[in-house]
Design a protein around this ligand. Structure first.
Ligand code: NAD
Length: 266
């Protein structure tokens, strides 16, 4: 039986209509949390995501359609969401281009979703968590919060920024609560390659170079940077997020934890 250690806790996961966010939302629901999800998608995709979270363990799971490029929409979502014990800033977008030809609006979009939105949600939840003595903020950054790659300037800038923002929030919240209450922590999880829709364009580009062979495209991506040669699954990222939500993780704070098959060890 699943250990429902989050029974009575309230969680919000951004970007949870697919990929890593959906896996995290399901894991939190299975652990007993009331889960609110945010994310874009058509009605069918939103309903499918909600159905998955409800089936995982929270029949009352809700969806907020806020577009995270819009700070006013984020503030409205956070007001509707109410007090939260767990916040997972997961929504993110990618676009690859050399700096010289990067459209200005792509820079603005990626910084808004991958970084500024996390500031707005954090700002809304942190004081309440500190006052109650328990809170968990997990920001899904990336190996690109720790190291760079070519053609990913806005993504790398935003993810490095997210690691820095998380460290400041971790310090500001560090003394809140107690070992018994669980304290308030703010951490980043930094995945390497994870099998989701986000990286499909990059797989497709490599597959095209390999004469349309998708598996060869994946192998080429992994061989370049991820020594394990294996992609992670969204559920594996969710398992780490879930551990960070445990009371026993009260002293893991301000960390940026790689899940990258050795990428950043090189
Ligand atoms: P995904 O494309 O499957 O999911 C992205 C989610 O973000 C979706 O729910 C989407 O609706 C949501 N989103 C996008 N723009 C939004 C907006 N304007 N407003 C609200 N929601 C929005 O991608 P994923 O791979 O699951 O990515 C999740 C996170 O993991 C991202 O922050 C990404 O940078 C990070 N990450 C992914 C990988 C990987 O290899 N897949 C590696 C490292 C980090």
């Amino acid at each position: 039986m699943t250990d429902r250690f989050l029974e009575g806790r309230r969680a919000l996961v951004t970007g949870a209509t697919s990929g890593i966010g959906l896996a995290v939302a399901r894991a939190l629901a299975a652990a007993g949390a009331h889960v609110q999800i945010n994310g874009l998608g058509d009605a069918g995709q939103v309903e499918a995501a909600l159905a998955a979270v409800r089936a995982a363990g929270d029949p009352g799971a809700l969806h907020h359609g806020a577009d995270l490029r819009d700070p006013a929409a984020i503030r409205a979502m956070m007001a509707l969401a109410g007090p939260l014990d767990v916040l997972v800033n997961n929504a993110g977008v990618q676009f690859t281009s050399p700096l010289g030809s990067l459209p200005d609006e792509r820079w603005d979009q990626i910084l808004a979703i991958n970084l500024s939105a996390c500031f707005h949600t954090l700002k809304a939840v942190l004081p309440g968590m500190q006052a109650r003595g328990f809170g968990r903020v997990v920001n899904i950054a990336s190996v690109h919060g720790l190291v760079a790659s070519v053609a990913k300037a806005p993504y790398v800038a935003a993810k490095h920024g997210l690691v820095g923002l998380s460290k400041v929030a971790a310090l500001e919240a560090a003394a809140a609560g107690s070992r018994e209450s669980g304290g308030v922590t703010v951490n980043c999880v930094c995945p390497g390659w994870v099998e989701t829709a986000l990286i499909e364009p990059q797989i497709a580009a490599r597959a095209a170079q390999a004469g349309g062979d998708r598996e060869a495209g994946i192998r080429a991506l992994l061989a370049e940077k991820q020594p394990s040669g294996r992609m992670a699954l969204p559920e594996e990222i969710a398992a780490l997020v879930l551990f960070l939500c445990r009371r026993a993780a009260h002293n893991i704070n301000g960390a940026a934890l790689p899940v990258d098959g050795g990428w950043t060890a090189q």
